[in-house]
Ligand binder design. Structure first.
Ligand code: ZN
Length: 245
């Protein structure tokens, strides 16, 4: 059994027994963890410096029991509540959908510090007044998928691995990316993607931060990403459809 400290973003919280809660957190060093915080809701005897609300950043101290995937959180301190998130419903929905996606995509206890920082930066950006929500959303999804190792293949045809000639490409959910004209027979349902759309999509995928997209392409890129997520995750996400431009 070890004792560890970590910075942790709360992804989910459930009440447990009379006064305790179960939390799912994304931590900086230990990946996604499940924790039990005993007596967190005990209002008679407050003993924690955070309520461990979803979408807050906390410093936690937890016991790693090794024999169980549920860890005992013995201390928690609020580092950032991202209070401004709650001022706008669309912003809050986008933040919640980013947390849900990270939760669904990540395996438990698999350290993913870059995903932690991606989510932390995204929450800070949204809380800090960023209003280009579609841009933030596209960046978050593409970066998360890349870090998780299953991003859509955009720069090469998924059939022949060549760059689509003249950038004329077809979007194939089933193939997980684009097809060139010669390989179109691999998925007759693939949909023609305008060269400018593909160019914008690739630019978003390669950018280090939210990349400004021509509004004409924003809707299309989001639709491709939603299709891709539904296909790869094989389950609908509660919050996925809620956030838009
Ligand atoms: Zn091809």
């Amino acid at each position: 059994m070890g004792i560890h400290t970590a910075d942790a973003i709360v992804l989910r919280q459930y009440p447990y027994r009379e006064t305790s809660v179960l939390v799912t957190c994304l931590t900086d060093r230990f990946g996604k963890l499940k924790g039990l915080v005993k007596g967190l809701r005990d209002q008679q005897r407050p003993r924690y410096r955070s309520a461990m609300e979803p979408l807050t950043l906390n410093r936690i101290l937890f016991y790693d029991t090794r024999s169980s995937s549920l860890h005992l959180v013995s201390q928690c301190e609020l580092l950032s509540g991202y209070a401004e998130l709650t001022r706008d419903l669309d912003v809050m929905r986008l933040a919640a959908s980013c947390a849900e996606l990270a939760d669904v995509v990540l395996e438990a206890e698999d350290p993913q510090p870059m995903v932690f920082h991606l989510l932390k930066d995204t929450l800070a950006r949204l809380s800090g007044g960023e209003r280009r929500l579609a841009t933030v959303r596209i960046h978050f999804i593409l970066r998360l998928l890349r870090l998780a190792g299953f991003h859509p293949q955009l720069d090469e045809c998924t059939g022949c691995m060549q760059r689509p000639a003249g950038r004329q490409a077809f979007w194939s959910v089933r193939q997980g990316g684009v097809l060139c004209e010669r390989c179109l027979h691999q998925d007759p349902r693939a949909e023609a993607m305008a060269p400018a759309m593909l160019e914008a999509f690739v630019a978003c995928a390669e950018a280090d931060g939210p990349h400004r997209v021509d509004p004409a392409n924003t809707e299309g890129i989001q639709r491709y990403l939603d299709q891709f997520l539904h296909w790869r995750l094989e389950r609908p996400l509660k919050t996925l459809r809620l956030s838009t431009a």
